[in-house]
Design a binder for this molecule. Structure first.
Ligand code: IPD
Ligand code: CA
Ligand code: CA
Ligand code: CA
Length: 266
C-alpha cells in the first residue's frame, strides 16, 4: 500500500524547492529553444526543472513511473502503477515573455485513478492542491464546493485559437453564440492556471482545443474535488495518457455549454 501522506509531503517540499530554483534564475535570461514550430518554446529551465523532479522521484520512490512534457520521464505503455504526470513549466511563453503567469503542474495517479493534484504558482508562491476524496486547497484554505451560475453571468477562459478554423467544431454556430451570451472571456496562457481558476471560482469555465496529459493532470484532480466537471467537447471522460480537447466548468454550466452550444458546432 502506498503511503500517500509521505508522497504528498515530498511532492509539496519538492514543488517549493523547484519554485525557489526557478526564481533564482530570473536575473539571467533563459536559453530559449523551439520544438514543433517557432511559437512552441522550451527553455533550459523547463528541462532542468523536470530533471529536478525526475531525480528526486527516482531516488525516493524507485517503483513510481513518470510522464513529463520534456521527455526526462519514462516511456509509459499504460496506466498501471503510480504515475507522476509532470509539467515543469506550464505557460512557457508567459515564463519567457513575462516572468509570471506560469505554473508547475503535477498529477499523481494510481492505476489510472486520481490521487494527488498540484498546481504551483511559482511567482505568487501559491499552491493549489488536492487529495482525491478529501477536498481541494488554495495554500491552507479549503476551497468550497462550486455553485451553479447562469451563462449570462459566466466568465469563460477561452483561447484565441478558436478563432481560427479547426477540425473539431464550427465556432460560428457554437462559440460565437457562447461568447455573446457570457458575461466575458479571459485568456491566461497557462492551462493549469485556468483549471485552478475554475476551482477557485475566478473563472466559471475554461474551453480549450488540445491539451496533453501534463497540462491537465494536476488541475483536473483539483477541479473535480470542488465539484467541477472536466470532459472532452462531447461530455465524455478524458483519456489520461492522450491529447484531449477539454471543457472544464461549474456543474450545470458544463452541461449547458456542451448541450446548448458545442453540440451545434459538431
Ligand atoms: C501550454 C499552455 C497553454 C495551452 C497550450 C499548452 P506549455 O503549455 O498550457 O495555455 O494553450 O496548449 O501547451 O507548453 O506552456 O507547458
Ligand atoms: Ca510546452
Ligand atoms: Ca503545459
Ligand atoms: Ca510545459
Amino acid at each position: 500500500m502506498a503511503n500517500w501522506t509521505l508522497i504528498d509531503k515530498h511532492a509539496k517540499a519538492w514543488l517549493q524547492e523547484a519554485g525557489k530554483r526557478i526564481i533564482s534564475t530570473f536575473a539571467t535570461a533563459p536559453e530559449v529553444m523551439t520544438k514543433s514550430n517557432p511559437d512552441d518554446l522550451v527553455t533550459n529551465i523547463d528541462q532542468e526543472t523536470e530533471q529536478f523532479f525526475t531525480k528526486k522521484i527516482r531516488a525516493t520512490f524507485s517503483d513510481h513511473h513518470i510522464l513529463g512534457e520534456e521527455g526526462f520521464g519514462d516511456d509509459l505503455a499504460g496506466l498501471s502503477g503510480i504515475i507522476w504526470i509532470i509539467d515543469p513549466i506550464d505557460g512557457t511563453t508567459n515564463f519567457v515573455h513575462q516572468q509570471r503567469n506560469f505554473m508547475i503542474s503535477i498529477g499523481i495517479y494510481e492505476n489510472g485513478n486520481p490521487k494527488l493534484g498540484y498546481v504551483y504558482d511559482v511567482v505568487y508562491q501559491e499552491l493549489y492542491h488536492a487529495k482525491a476524496g478529501e477536498g481541494a486547497y488554495w495554500n491552507e484554505k479549503k476551497l468550497p464546493p462550486l455553485d451553479e451560475v447562469p451563462v449570462e453571468k459566466a466568465l469563460i477562459g477561452i483561447n484565441s485559437t478558436w478563432l481560427i478554423s479547426n477540425r473539431l467544431i464550427d465556432p460560428k454556430t457554437s462559440l460565437i453564440p457562447l461568447v455573446n451570451d457570457a458575461r466575458g472571456t479571459r485568456s491566461y496562457g497557462s492551462a493549469a492556471l485556468e483549471f485552478v481558476f475554475v476551482a477557485t471560482g475566478r473563472l466559471d469555465a475554461y474551453i480549450t482545443m488540445r491539451l496533453s496529459p501534463w497540462d491537465f493532470a494536476g488541475g483536473k484532480i483539483i477541479v473535480e474535488e470542488v465539484g467541477g466537471k472536466v470532459t472532452n467537447l462531447k461530455g465524455e471522460p478524458l483519456n489520461i495518457l492522450g491529447k484531449n480537447p477539454i471543457v472544464v466548468a461549474k456543474p450545470g454550466l458544463h452541461e449547458i455549454i456542451i448541450q446548448k452550444y458545442l453540440s451545434k458546432g459538431m
